[in-house]
Design a protein around this ligand. Structure first.
Ligand code: FE
Ligand code: FE
Length: 188
């Protein structure tokens, strides 16, 4: 029994060292991918710190406006958490343009112009904002999973904190849509 165990261990040992090589490669590739995605979402958050004040200004209802203003503060914090994560890992965040966020913001700007005098303006703003939140939720969920896989526990904590705030914002936007914006759009 003991013999079999040690033989099994020996066998597994050589397999493990083979797997270790593979997994350290994988960790390296995943680390690079993590940094790419970190740069992408960092730029996305920066784009949003410029877009959110415009959305707040455009909002018809006070509740939606203050929602956007509150999320602007959170968004600044999201960017600074990403800086913290890079610093903890001894890395710096690369300069990169998040094309997806650029597109989402451009679409949002178009729709703001189109709906400018419409009673559906807030409904349109909420729709645009929720697309943004969903992009962020997907990215932070992915980053948190990768960070966990690589054992970066401090990063996991910070990423999950942001993820929760993005989810809460999305839910708040749904509530605002259901409680006011959509009815208003329909009644006029
Ligand atoms: Fe964010
Ligand atoms: Fe957000």
């Amino acid at each position: 029994m003991i013999k079999r165990t040690s033989k099994a261990n020996k066998g597994r040992g050589s397999l493990e060292s083979g797997m270790e090589d593979q997994s350290s490669n994988m960790n390296n590739d995943l680390h690079q991918l993590f940094l790419e995605e970190l740069a992408d979402i960092y730029n996305a958050e920066q784009q949003l710190t410029k877009a959110l004040p415009k959305m707040a200004k455009a909002a018809e209802s006070d509740e939606l406006r203050s929602g956007f203003e509150q999320h602007l503060e959170e968004t600044r914090e999201h960017a600074s958490r990403l800086e913290q994560i890079a610093e903890q890992l001894g890395e710096s965040i690369k300069r990169k343009t998040c094309q997806a966020m650029k597109g989402l913001i451009e679409e949002g700007e178009d729709i703001m112009k189109e709906e400018k005098d419409s009673s559906a303006l807030d409904a349109a703003l909420i729709a645009a904002a929720q697309k943004v939140e969903h992009y962020e939720i997907a990215t932070y969920g992915t980053l948190a999973t990768w960070a966990e896989q690589m054992g970066h526990s401090q990063a996991v904590e910070l990423l999950r904190e942001t993820l929760q705030e993005e989810k809460a914002t999305d839910e708040k936007l749904t509530q605002l849509a259901e409680s006011t914006a959509n009815q208003k759009a329909q009644s006029e």
